[in-house]
Design a protein around this ligand. Structure first.
Ligand code: ADP
Ligand code: MG
Length: 233
């Protein structure tokens, strides 16, 4: 059996604003197992980012339990690449901050760059790359510190539709090939279904989980791989 690496139980989050106390999350519960992709689907303002921010401990829950067995890498809607650093130096920034820029870590990054078609671009600057490539660079930067769990907050929403399909397909492969677990936030239903093992649907405020749906079919106890989405030519 795959181990549970994220467990969220009866999570509640209230914010205090001009209107007083506002309930944003109400009794949110879900689990993520090793190697799984869980997608949080829900309308804008329903509390998706709040859930991720609680998982990374940027925010404290009002009540509830959060158990995480592993390290977290966070990828945002924008790529946040530094325009004055080349691609390689953008990717290694996390390692530098954590004082982990070892030859082994660099080799790992070089392999990722080669595997995902970015090797020739390593000495270029972000503005020389397309939006889709920039987003892949951001993902490799997130992977560089070798987190076991990836939190992806609408990572494709700044991309045009075609690029979005290509990049989401790539990201899906990267997560699977690198044996990561991930929580993906999106409001694109087809993206949610094509990329994940489980989809949790959030309602409007206060967000409750309306249902958790298993996307993957189990056959003989083995997980059937989700077919990668067909990308239009
Ligand atoms: P989503 O990511 O699903 O679009 P968010 O998690 O960003 O939604 O926000 C959920 C709700 O919580 C929104 O109504 C937002 O205005 C409110 N909210 C988020 N962060 C704060 C905060 N720091 N203080 C007050 N309200 C907040
Ligand atoms: Mg959000």
């Amino acid at each position: 059996m795959m181990q549970t690496i994220v467990e969220v139980k009866d999570l509640n989050k209230n914010f205090y604003g001009k209107e007083g106390e506002v309930e944003v999350l109400k009794n949110i519960s879900f689990t993520l197992k090793e190697g799984e992709i869980l997608t949080l689907l829900g309308p804008s303002g329903s509390g998706k980012s709040t859930i991720l921010n609680i998982l990374t401990k940027l925010l404290k829950p009002t009540s509830g339990e959060v158990n995480i067995k592993g390290t977290i890498g966070y990828m945002f809607q924008k790529d946040h690449l530094l325009e004055w650093r080349n691609i390689m130096d953008n990717i290694t920034i996390g390692l530098e901050i954590q004082n982990k820029k070892t030859p082994e870590a660099i080799t790992g990054i070089e392999n990722l760059l080669k595997t995902y078609g970015l090797w020739e671009f390593r000495n270029m600057y972000p503005n020389e790359l397309s939006g889709g490539m920039r987003q892949r660079v951001a993902l490799i930067r997130t992977l560089s510190v070798n987190p076991s769990i990836l939190l992806l907050d609408e990572p494709f929403s700044a991309l045009d539709y075609q690029t979005r399909l290509l990049v989401s397909d790539d990201v899906y492969k990267i997560i699977r090939n690198e044996h990561k677990s991930a929580i993906l936030v999106t409001h694109d239903i087809s993206e949610a279904i094509s990329m994940s093992d489980q989809v949790a649907i959030l309602s409007k405020r206060p967000a409750t989980i309306k249902g958790i749906h298993d996307i993957n079919l189990e056959m003989d106890g083995e997980r059937t791989p989700i077919k990668s989405r067909k990308v239009p030519a």
